[in-house]
Design a protein around this ligand. Structure first.
Ligand SMILES: NC(=O)c1ccc[n+]([C@@H]2O[C@H](COP(=O)([O-])OP(=O)(O)OC[C@H]3O[C@@H](n4cnc5c(N)ncnc54)[C@H](OP(=O)(O)O)[C@@H]3O)[C@@H](O)[C@H]2O)c1
Length: 324
């Protein structure tokens, strides 16, 4: 029987249980897939811990790439044998085989491996909407990105560089400085040793940056606001250090007339056409060498606990995947 990771209760990595599961056949609007590579994303830890509440028991994981085994009777755009990838609810990507709604699957072109597609979908789509939709990043601008050596962080600077923008990055250890630099950050600050807002002001000659992209959350929010220019944009898109405290608009936002947004991937890719176009733009960037991905680590499905523990202890030096 195929195996899948199931959680029966919220908690630490220990609640991830490897189980045999029955998969069955797809309904009319569904497809049955064999996953060949699974994306490891920080959001998976929020679902596991309960920070983002889910109905239990549940599968876990949003992202994988693989092959279509069977299509439902209403599915016209996919066929048995197609290479596909997905990065969306329903949860359950940490599995060898599963059934998913056909509407969440995009076709993966020749030349993009399952491993690459599973590394790219969530992190690439996130970078895509952050840079092209939430904030239309322009050539010549300087912005700040937190956790620069992380999964999203490595893609973000390469994409920003490809349109002529400069990115200052923060990282949690000296080991990660070189990694962030290799991915195109113009200046990298170790925020566990230095006050990053002071450093950003030094680097920008007291001008500040036009936008901050903050997936770290609780520990970086306030100082990020201090890095912004008048009318700058604070884009809070994650909570790796914990959820944000309530925002005090008169104190935090009003003095510089800042913009604040808290976006999610699903708000920007609302139908199959948008999703396929978003994914294709990432595949193109890979094909033309604008973005290069180095998979930092591969885990077995039976090592999902270790994968989560490594991610949360900030040990990973880039994007990682699970091979089922
Ligand atoms: N809103 C959306 O649509 C969306 C979509 C995808 C991802 N995200 C968010 O984007 C962020 C990056 O995702 P990712 O999957 O690529 O993860 P990641 O960046 O590979 O890992 C998270 C990083 O956060 C940093 N961090 C800072 N404080 C931390 C703490 N107290 N505990 C753990 N980590 C801490 C660590 O880097 P340092 O050691 O360098 O500080 C860690 O490597 C996450 O917050 C995720 O939730 C949001």
């Amino acid at each position: 029987m195929p195996k899948s990771i199931i959680i029966n209760k919220n908690g630490g990595p220990e609640v991830l249980e490897l189980r045999d599961v029955k998969v069955g056949s797809p309904g009319p609007d569904e497809i049955k897939v064999t996953n060949h590579a699974i994306g490891l994303n920080y959001i998976d830890t929020y679902h596991r811990s309960g920070l983002y509440p889910i109905k239990l028991p549940s599968g876990i994981g949003l992202e994988a790439a693989g092959k279509v085994d069977e299509v439902g009777s209403n599915v016209t755009d996919l066929n048995k044998g197609d290479n596909i990838a997905y990065a969306s609810v329903p949860l359950g990507a940490y599995s060898q085989e599963r059934i998913i709604p056909a509407k969440i699957a995009v076709k993966v072109p020749n030349g993009i491996s399952h491993e690459l597609a599973a590394t790219l979908m969530t992190k690439g789509l996130t970078t895509n909407y952050l840079i092209t939709k939430t904030y239309k990043l322009k050539a010549g601008e300087t912005v700040l990105f937190h956790a620069a050596a992380g999964g999203v962080g490595q893609i973000f600077a390469q994409w920003a560089n490809s349109i002529g923008a400069k990115v200052i990055g923060t990282v949690g250890s000296d080991e990660k400085i070189k990694i962030a630099e290799e991915n195109g950050y113009v200046s990298v600050i170790n925020y566990t040793k230095n006050d990053f807002s002071k450093e950003v002001m030094k680097i920008t000659k007291n001008e500040g940056v036009t936008a901050v992209f903050d997936g770290v959350g609780k520990n970086t929010f306030q100082k990020s606001l201090a890095c912004l220019k008048t009318r700058g944009m604070m884009i809070s898109f994650g909570n790796a250090s914990g959820p944000l405290d309530p925002v005090n608009v008169p104190k935090d936002i009003q003095p510089k007339g800042l913009y604040l947004t808290r976006p999610s991937i699903a708000q920007y890719f609302t139908n199959k056409k948008e999703l396929q176009a978003g994914a294709d733009s990432i595949f193109e960037k890979i094909k033309f060498g604008k973005i290069k991905i180095r998979i930092a680590k591969k885990y077995k499905l039976s090592d999902a606990k270790k994968a989560h523990a490594d991610l949360e202890s900030r040990k990973l030096l880039g994007p990682a995947i699970i091979i089922p």
